[in-house]
Design a protein around this ligand. Structure first.
Ligand code: FES
Length: 174
């Protein structure tokens, strides 16, 4: 139960959102952090906390590609396929990944270390081709840079080549 494990965090989140239902994204992040995906039980619990119906929470989960409905690998590679990245080689990046990891979009390696997804614009349009791995962005990717990143991830769980984490916007004040 999220409420038991994260009572202080949930209270803090709710205190920052005057309109209760607006806290749905941070609560979904909390649920995904806990289980690696957003389970049906978590959606029901979040609906109860925010006084929404479970289908309303489900609609949010399925709208955003950063939320998963089933368990995925330790490293979730999301490749941007929108126009600007496509023009500078997102298909090539997917081909390199297929050669290195043996999987394509929607697939997970047998050792459960990598899952690949394709997603729409991640707001790094000037630095493509790019990918997000878990919370971190990797931009301006080349074949050798990708090799180094994959080796770093396998060895250390992260890579110094990341350009920064994805940040959830803070609620507006006043
Ligand atoms: S088009 Fe790829 S980040 Fe915007």
């Amino acid at each position: 139960m999220l409420k038991e494990t994260y009572k202080a965090e949930i209270d803090d989140i709710l205190s920052r959102y005057p309109i209760r239902r607006s806290a749905v994204l941070p609560l979904l992040y909390l649920a995904q952090k806990e289980e690696g995906y957003v389970s049906e039980a978590a959606m029901k619990e979040i609906a109860g906390i925010l006084r929404l119906t479970p289908p309303q929470v489900y609609e949010v989960v399925t709208f955003y590609t950063m939320f998963q409905l089933k368990p995925i690998a330790a490293f979730h590679i999301q490749v941007c396929k929108s126009l600007m990245c496509a023009l500078v080689g997102s298909d090539t990046l997917l081909r390199w990944l297929k050669i290195r990891l043996g999987i394509g979009p929607g697939e997970t390696t047998a050792d459960k270390r990598f899952t690949i997804s394709t997603v729409e614009c991640l707001a790094s349009c000037g630095t493509g081709p790019m990918m997000q791995v878990n919370d971190d962005y990797y931009e301006g990717l080349t074949e050798s840079k990708l090799d180094r990143i994959l080796a770093d991830l396998k060895r250390d769980g992260t890579s110094p080549l990341k350009s920064g984490p994805f940040m959830l916007p803070e609620p507006m004040k006043g």
